[in-house]
Ligand binder design. Structure first.
Ligand code: NAD
Ligand code: UPG
Length: 454
């Protein structure tokens, strides 16, 4: 099948690469010349495990191409996936400007391409798929935008994406489910064919109406975000009542109705999806005068979680009220990315925390296995970037653990203690056991568990 991906970000690039890997002829279009140049040199603009090898193999096989040329990308495509960003606008709504700009380009391309459907002699209609995460009703807007530019027939479909960064290739190749919102049986059967190689193990393809498919995506992310805020709220109670949230989680999660996924407390959810999608869902409610009280609380708990963690730092170093004065102190940070396995720092808790530490006068030294470049784009030279994780603790007055990368899980605390000016650890990911930290001679603060104060 001839496919065009619009947008070569995390979703467009992974989807395009995986679809080319099953033998399709894929063109990835972007408006960012730097990204396309990089991809044409054989380099990936993002860090995603397993992506480089797949890109190289499919590019070499002639099934995967990258371009800035809209006419060349849209003209011959039978299927067009819109995978552009849908960031929050100032009111927290999903900003559809990139999606609608792509729709206008697609309308113009269908109109100017030859043949009754823009596919030469074929009378098969192109399928335009919105893969970006969008509010219900967006497909209808995209359809209207395209139809305002061409009278040739085309299909619309919604195909939300559920991949997680850091595990994106595996998630795309072995999805728990594929959701297809379609406007016709023709579009449905062509898209089921396209996805057939990815559901050979019996994982379902759900074909449904377009508004329901659009809603599945927001409902899924809202549910996952709710689980995280729920456990963070319970963690807060555990701290104040002397319970251990890790024990509580284990005890709860043995109930099959609750399950054991996405109930890890920490610094609150970050990334490019949960924060903006929860806000977009809240806005959908506001627009129809149906407040989404639960999701408003989910968002608030998430924002408060970072502040509460910072309060532990303030309480340790300060006089007990308000922000502590950290002038002259050196604070080490392990982990910048919003989660392990990615260089993405969008809405990363580490960034909020590092900015707050700088405001309090501290010198910040940070380490991350891959997220240096992306971090430099936001923090510039306001922090020091350490080459190795142990460089971070050299002369440090405290260490903050912000991302649960594997390499931070079993460090040599004896060696770390010897390097630090004071043995103090604030663990935002509950990577270590309080009892072990006490034995190792540390002051240790984590989330929802006993503090070791020496
Ligand atoms: N990142 C994820 O893990 C993930 C997972 C599932 C769904 N989503 C959703 O998928 C969408 C894309 O997310 P992302 O993280 O891949 O975004 P991204 O910001 O990484 O990439 C978007 C790309 O689209 C390009 N673009 C913008 N306008 C364009 C146009 N008119 N024509 C061609 N290219 C254009 C941008 O230059 C950019 O490279 C969002 O709606 C997001 O919510 C993201
Ligand atoms: O028990 C948990 C699980 C996750 N997180 C945090 O939640 C955030 C999001 O993590 P994750 O869901 O693994 O990463 P994303 O790549 O943002 O993926 C989410 O967002 C994507 C974009 O919509 C969806 O496609 C995925 O299904 C959905 O998991 C990160 O900050 C994690 O640290 C927790 O705090 N506790």
């Amino acid at each position: 099948m001839r496919i065009t991906m619009v947008g070569t970000g995390y979703v467009g690039l992974v989807t395009g690469t995986c679809l080319s890997n099953t033998g399709n002829d894929v063109t990835c279009l972007d408006v960012d010349p730097a990204k396309i140049e990089k991809l044409n040199r054989g380099e990936s603009p993002i860090y995603e495990p397993g992506l480089d090898e797949l890109l190289e193999r499919n590019k070499a096989a002639g099934r995967l191409a990258f371009t800035l040329d809209k006419a060349a990308a849209y003209g011959p495509a039978e299927v067009i996936f819109i995978c552009v960003g849908t960031p929050s606008d100032e009111q927290g709504r999903a900003d559809l400007k990139y999606v609608l700009a792509a729709a206008r380009d697609i309308g113009d391309a269908i109109e100017s391409a030859e043949g009754p459907t823009g596919l030469g002699a074929s009378d098969k209609a192109k399928i335009v798929i919105v893969k970006s995460t969008v509010p219900v009703g967006t497909n209808a807007k995209v359809r209207a935008e395209i139809a305002s530019r061409t009278s040739k027939p085309f299909h619309m479909a919604s195909n939300p994406e559920f991949l997680k960064e850091g595990a994106a290739i595996n998630d795309f190749n072995k999805p728990d489910r594929v959701v297809l919102g379609v406007d016709s049986e023709d579009a449905g059967s062509r898209l089921r064919d396209l996805y057939a190689p990815f559901v050979r193990q019996g994982n379902p393809i759900f074909t449904m109406d377009i508004p329901s498919a659009e809603m599945v995506k927001y409902a899924s992310n809202a549910m996952l975000a709710t689980k995280i805020s729920f456990i963070n709220e319970i963690a807060g109670l555990c701290e104040l009542y002397g319970a251990d949230v890790d024990e509580v989680r284990r005890g709860m999660c043995a109930d099959a109705r609750i399950g054991n996924k996405f109930l890890y407390p920490g610094l609150g959810y970050g990334g490019s999806c949960f924060p903006k999608d929860v806000l977009a869902c809240i806005s959908m409610g506001d627009e129809v005068n149906r407040p989404t009280d639960l999701l408003a609380a989910v968002h608030k708990v998430n924002q408060d979680q970072r502040i509460r963690f910072l309060e532990k730092v303030d309480a340790h170093f300060g006089s007990g009220s308000g922000p502590a004065d950290l002038s002259g102190m050196r604070i080490g940070v392990w982990g910048i990315a919003f989660k392990p396995g990615t260089d993405d720092i969008r809405e990363a808790p580490s960034i909020t925390l590092m900015k707050a530490l700088l405001e309090r006068g501290a010198e910040v030294v940070a380490h991350d296995p891959v997220a240096f470049e992306t971090c430099r784009g936001v923090m510039g030279d306001s922090i020091t970037y350490a080459g190795g994780m142990l460089d971070v603790v050299e002369g440090a007055d405290a260490l903050l653990v912000c991302t649960d990368w594997d390499e931070y899980k079993h460090p040599d605390f004896g060696a770390i203690r010897a390097k630090m000016r004071a043995p103090v650890v604030f663990d935002g990911r509950n990577l270590y056991r309080p009892a072990s930290m006490r034995e190792a001679g540390f002051v240790y603060h984590s989330v929802g568990r006993e503090a070791v104060t020496g």
